[in-house]
Design a protein around this ligand. Structure first.
Ligand code: SF4
Length: 350
């Protein structure tokens, strides 16, 4: 019998619990390492992973260790591109989503959620409209990766890049997110390169510095979205707590700590963030920073508040940044038809 998410106290991502169970079952560390490897690095099914344990241990192990803190509720594939949205339920019944993206280079990225709902309150984001906010546990964050790889293995693929850009502000759940990144990059767990992980934040300066110190090779992205303080506060209520000057100082510190460029994400909202004066403000905020810029076309969430910047206008905006010497990309948006694109995640009852 294989474990169910909801009725077992500990899960496979809780290393202390795992060690306690191992000792109580007098289980040799070697087969347990092989079971963990099967699940976290090979994307094997639960049955295959459990087969790495001695037969006599499987039943008692399964009774004490849940392989999945999350239950998959629904999947939805895009007809426009290869993206694929996955709706999960926690044991407490909270719903969250993660998104598998096929990048144009053929590499598969996983967009992970760190919270159910989000307190940053961004006006353009569907997640911010969810009524309650709950932090996901480390195991619930990691299980999104385990289950994505289990889905991909029969297709001969695996997750190559991880972006913390799903539901939630990762630095509002910093302890669990940092522990998850430790596991994702540990050789005996997921063994993922930190350079393949992007943590995206709307701006929590002290959290950015702490994460940069702890993970010097991790890539940090700041979702700036506006370079005028008052207008930014209109878009991102959290901006009232952290000024643009504080964010700029944090970006400078992150560059110094990590000795690598920081990614600046900038959402193009037509007539709101994409005007000439907005570009002027952005250029002056960027002045002297070691960074590159991702321009994100807006994906409407059907509330009629904002509209998408036309393609030629986007190009002109990007050209001004490039002319000033900043590497600038217009981010390819995926999953728009299944509400899986950036800023569209909000769980709906299936
Ligand atoms: S855009 Fe990100 S930080 Fe802002 S409300 Fe949505 S999930 Fe939170």
């Amino acid at each position: 019998m294989l474990p169910l998410a909801s009725n077992i106290a500990g899960n496979i991502h809780d290393t202390e619990h795992l060690e306690r169970v191992r000792r109580s079952l007098r289980l040799d560390p070697h087969p347990l390492r092989r079971c963990v490897h099967a699940l976290m690095q090979e994307g094997r099914s639960d049955v295959e992973a459990m087969q790495r344990l001695p037969e006599t241990c499987r039943e008692p192990f399964a009774a004490q260790v849940a392989l999945h803190p999350l239950t998959l509720v629904q999947t939805q594939g895009s007809t426009l591109d290869g993206s694929h949205k996955r709706l999960y339920s926690t044991a407490a019944g909270d719903r969250l989503e993660s998104v598998l993206l096929d990048t144009p280079t053929g590499r598969t990225s996983l967009c992970i959620s760190s919270q159910v709902g989000c307190r940053a309150g961004c006006r353009f984001c569907a997640t911010a409209t969810m009524p309650a906010v709950t932090n996901l546990s480390t195991g619930e964050i990691l299980d999104q990766l385990v289950q994505a790889n289990q889905h991909l293995r029969p297709l001969g693929r695996r997750v190559r890049n991880i972006v913390f850009m799903g539901m939630g502000e990762p630095l509002h759940n910093e302890a669990a997110v940092a522990e998850a990144i430790e596991a994702i990059t540990a050789h005996d767990r997921f063994n993922f390169s930190p350079q393949k992980i992007v943590l995206s934040t709307v701006g929590v300066p002290e959290g950015m510095r702490r994460i940069a110190e702890r993970f010097p090779r991790l890539r940090i992205a700041l979702s700036l979205h506006h370079a005028d303080q008052l207008e930014r506060e209109q878009l991102i209520p959290l901006a009232r707590r952290h000024s643009l000057e504080q964010l700029r100082a944090a970006v400078q510190d992150v560059v110094t700590i990590q000795n690598q460029h920081v990614m600046i994400q900038y959402l193009l909202l037509h007539g709101v963030t994409d005007r000439e004066q907005d570009c002027d403000a952005l250029l002056s905020w960027l002045d002297g920073l070691q960074c590159y810029v991702n321009l994100i076309p807006y994906n409407p969430i059907n509330d009629g508040r904002f509209s998408t910047t036309p393609r030629d206008h986007r190009e002109r905006f990007a050209e001004r940044l490039r002319a000033a010497g900043y590497m600038t990309y217009i981010r390819y948006s995926q999953g728009a038809d299944i509400d899986a694109a950036c800023g569209q995640l909000a769980t709906k009852a299936p």
